[in-house]
Design a protein around this ligand. Structure first.
Ligand code: 4AD
Ligand code: MG
Length: 479
């Protein structure tokens, strides 16, 4: 007989019919007459209850049914009398596929700390919290493709192996097949990358943008969505060494068009989550409230999780320049009382504490900051008329800080070459990128959304390591 997923059974009214469910045992409770098994197959956060008539059941099999075991249950679907569930299954036959020795199985039916669960990331998808996060992640990935597809964007696959440093920050993972102990050397004693696989130094990409721009200069509107790698040694709750980035690039578009696209995009995704992930969000909302109540009053979120999502959905994002934001920060109470860890003045990059002050305390809604000083932004951003700032934009979110970074691009060849020289990039290394400015250049813009930062926001989790199945961070590449 064909198996039915638990999600479908929970809303079924085919009472009396025989069904087959397969999944992993969450808990078993029993007395002399009757046993209750809570079974989950990952299709939905709710377990289905299996009722077993102990007297008529094989004792050995019943013993094998412990937390974590994989089983198949054949039985009759019946309306449930129990609280909080609509249906249950009266089992007629149970097959045990895989045992889970209760002495050794690490996931017990009790609350485990997130730190402990990170050590068993191979098993944590079997918990309510992580299965909810992974389903939401899936819905968001699908939503991203849907959003761009509905608008005629072309999904462009940009390379993961590259020889260029898009962000110019130099935080790249090198890719090589050279012998690490005895690499070939040049006459002056440096490693001879001419003998390496690609005949030159190669690395994992930090962004698909440069190739994305090449696509936009032909297809008008493209997006990339793939893994991105940064070897920044920052052990924070917002950084991963491997993360996923969504990067749209739009031709014939300025910074204003770019901001509009970013705002529409984020709202669309939040709407998708509220529409399609109701059970999981309800669970995470409760979890969020519980976690917040453990914090000090001043650190607590102003809003509940679902409330926060709705606030973002229903409010226009506040748009202001970096210069205006710095003024607000300089005049702010925490700055005057010396409560910021990092000093703030025009020209310095904003720290997460500054971004969060603007979003959570000052404006109480998402903020888009524009026109940053050129010195703190990438070479490809379009210079403003004053020559001091560039047409950059960062979207800042409550509880997260920067969720999107983007800009209008410098389409003028001479200015772009000048900026490259300033930051020490060689023209010959990016000749193909510069060609777009030589042949049919046009105003264009784009941005990058950190996929895991989005998932952090939607799920209300506090640490980015908990919203990707297998996190990679400094000193951590298990699984
Ligand atoms: O601001 P970033 O560095 O921008 C770019 O890479 C541009 N090339 C994007 C573009 O214009 N096409 O990164 C974009 C976003 C950030 O706003 C942040 O959400 C996320 O990527 N991000 C990270 N997420 C997790 N771990 C890290 N180490 C991240 N670094 C950036
Ligand atoms: Mg950025």
């Amino acid at each position: 007989m064909k198996r039915t997923k638990i999600k479908a059974l929970l809303t079924s009214t085919a009472f009396g019919e025989e069904v087959v469910v397969k999944g992993w045992v969450r808990t078993k409770r029993e007395n002399k007459e009757i046993a209750f098994i809570a079974l989950n197959d990952g299709s939905i956060i709710t377990n289905i209850q299996i009722v077993v008539d102990v007297a008529n059941f094989n004792e050995t099999i019943l013993k094998q049914i412990t937390t974590g075991a994989a089983i198949s249950v054949t039985g009759k679907l019946i309306a449930s009398g129990g609280k909080g569930q609509s249906v249950e299954i009266q089992a007629t036959e149970i097959e045990v596929y895989g045992l889970a020795d209760p002495e050794k199985y690490p996931l017990q039916p009790k609350e485990h700390s997130l730190e402990f669960l990170r050590e068993i990331a191979h098993l944590r998808p079997r918990t309510n919290t992580f299965s909810a996060i992974l389903r939401i992640r899936n819905t968001m990935a699908f939503g991203i493709h849907k959003f761009f597809n509905e608008r005629g964007f072309v999904y462009l696959h940009t390379p993961i192996l590259t020889a260029s440093d898009c962000e110019g920050a130099g935080e790249m993972f090198r890719v090589t097949t050279l012998d690490p102990i005895k690499p070939p050397l040049t006459d002056v004693g440096t490693v001879n990358y001419k003998e390496d696989f690609f005949g030159r130094q190669a690395n994992l990409t930090v962004s698909g943008q440069l190739e994305g721009e090449l696509g936009a200069m032909a297809l008008s509107e493209i997006y990339t969505f793939g893994p991105t790698f940064r070897a920044e040694n920052s052990n924070t709750a917002r950084h991963l060494a491997e993360f996923w980035m969504v990067e749209p690039e739009i031709a014939f578009a300025d910074l204003e068009d770019n901001m509009n696209l970013a705002e529409d995009f984020l709202k669309y995704l939040i709407h998708e989550a509220l529409e399609n992930c109701q059970e999981d969000l309800a669970f995470l909302d409760q979890r969020f409230t519980k976690e917040e109540s453990k914090k000090k009053q001043e650190d607590r979120s102003e809003w509940g999780l679902i409330e926060k999502l709705k606030i973002v959905l229903e409010n226009n994002f506040e748009r202001l320049t970096y210069t205006e934001a710095v003024k607000i920060l300089v005049d702010s109470k925490p700055n005057k009382k010396g409560q910021f860890k990092y000093p703030i003045s025009w020209g310095t990059d904003l720290q997460s504490e500054h971004e969060r002050y603007l979003v959570e305390k000052h404006f109480k809604k998402p903020v888009i900051l524009t026109n940053y000083p050129r010195e703190i932004k990438s070479f490809y951003m379009k210079l403003d008329e004053d020559g001091k700032t560039v047409r950059a934009m960062d979207v800042l979110f409550p509880g997260i800080g920067e969720i999107i970074g983007g800009s209008q691009r410098e389409e003028d060849l001479d200015k772009l070459v000048m900026r490259m020289k300033e930051v020490g990039l060689k023209e010959e290394d990016l000749w193909w990128y510069l060609d777009t400015r030589k042949f049919g250049t046009c105003p264009h813009s784009g941005f990058g959304l950190g996929f895991e930062r989005l998932i952090l926001f939607i799920t209300g989790m506090g640490n980015i390591r908990d919203v990707i199945p297998f996190p990679r961070t400094p000193q951590n590449c298990e699984f």
